[in-house]
Design a protein around this ligand. Structure first.
Ligand SMILES: [Zn+2]
Length: 365
């Protein structure tokens, strides 16, 4: 079993760098004038036809990742989120510009076992939300786009939340100091005393909790949940097993995303292995097929985790942005996160293509 630095998993909480967490939280949600300008350029380039897809090179392909699609175009803070109308525009654009294939077909192409179509693109959805069946599937069916859903087996059929979305809901419904007190955690109490806007405070808390060992994070979230329970809503509800089987009947490919969605680099390796095995075995038992594809929760991996994943799955996807090629390791395939407006999606794809083109070796004359 690979050796890993356990000290990194157990960093004492009194050494938390609050300033860094707040900066990261702000950069994730606050738009400066430069980002508005960038958005204008992206929109103009899309509607001006500049960001129509570039031809991918031979043996290159794109994997996109999504989580959920909802009916309303705004989130709990009034921020833009991916709704059904915008997702329909994504589907139209992707079906027109790319050759959508299942992730397993893309992997077979990269591995040299099958022909990889030109402009091959695979759509993936992480976590296993119910809206993948009721809102996503009909749109993809209309445009003939196949997709892979990565299921968190321990959350299937439950009325549990993905903890980060639960915190978002908690902070949007309750006075921030009450939420911080409910955590009973000194670092969160200190964050709560900085006078941050509730959304920035929430993001800083999420960033902080993601850095803790999984068990410590769970303990804190559990305390907050016990004091301030919120019922899970439609946007965040997970699929039931019957619904997972229905997706599978409709041609979706079902991949593994662990049993409990821990950040694997924050877990001892024996626990990582347990998460991988439990998820793979449950999927096999419930669907009658052994899954071959895996998605790292939060995209997080390290050499020890990747090696373990390779014992259980044929290929795995990260959230490291980039275009796949035959040189990509099948256990750490890059994926491009889909932004909300279709104009930004088109730009993101073009941008990644240009980055790849610059890095591509010049063929010998
Ligand atoms: Zn996930």
């Amino acid at each position: 079993m690979p050796i890993r630095n356990q000290v990194a998993l157990e960093r004492p909480r009194n050494q938390v760098d609050l300033e860094r967490l707040v900066l990261r939280a702000r950069s994730g949600i606050e738009r400066r004038w430069t980002s508005w300008l960038a958005r204008g350029v992206k929109t103009l380039s899309y509607y001006g036809g500049f960001s129509a897809s570039r031809p991918l090179g031979e043996g290159e392909a794109v994997i996109l990742f999504y989580h959920k699609v909802q009916r309303r175009p705004v989130g709990v803070w009034g921020e833009p989120v991916l709704d059904v109308r915008e997702f329909e525009r994504h589907a139209l654009f992707l079906a027109r510009e790319y050759q959508p294939v299942l992730l397993s077909e893309l992997v077979a192409g990269l591995a040299g076992r099958a022909r990889l179509p030109r402009r091959a693109l695979a759509l993936t959805f992480d976590d296993g939300y119910r809206n993948n069946l009721y809102l996503v599937a009909p749109i993809l069916a209309r445009h003939g786009i196949p997709a892979t859903v990565f299921v968190t087996t321990g959350l299937v059929g439950t009325d549990r939340w993905m903890w980060a979305y639960e915190l978002e809901e908690l902070f949007s419904r309750n006075p921030p100091d009450q939420v911080c007190r409910a955590s009973g955690d000194p670092a969160i109490l200190r964050l709560g005393s900085l006078g941050l806007r509730p959304r920035v405070l929430m993001m800083a808390c999420v960033e902080y909790l993601k850095e803790l060992p999984h068990a410590s994070m769970l303990g804190i979230v559990e305390r907050m949940r016990a004091s301030l329970p919120v019922p899970v809503n439609d946007e965040n509800r997970f699929l039931s097993w019957e619904e997972v089987r229905e997706l599978s009947r409709q041609g979706f490919e079902i991949g593994a995303h662990t049993e409990n969605h821990p950040i694997l680099t924050r877990l001892p390796l024996a626990e990582v292995e347990r998460e991988l095995r439990a998820c793979r075995d449950t999927l096999e038992e419930k669907l009658g097929v052994r899954p071959t594809l895996f998605s790292y929760p939060n995209g997080a991996t390290d050499p020890g985790v990747t090696e373990l994943v390779g014992r259980y799955f044929e290929a795995a996807v990260t959230t490291q942005s980039g275009i796949c090629s035959r040189a990509s390791g099948l256990l750490e395939l890059p994926r491009i996160g889909a932004p909300v407006p279709v104009s930004e999606l088109a730009f993101e794809l073009t941008w990644n293509y240009l980055r790849t083109e610059v890095a591509r070796p010049v063929p010998a004359p």
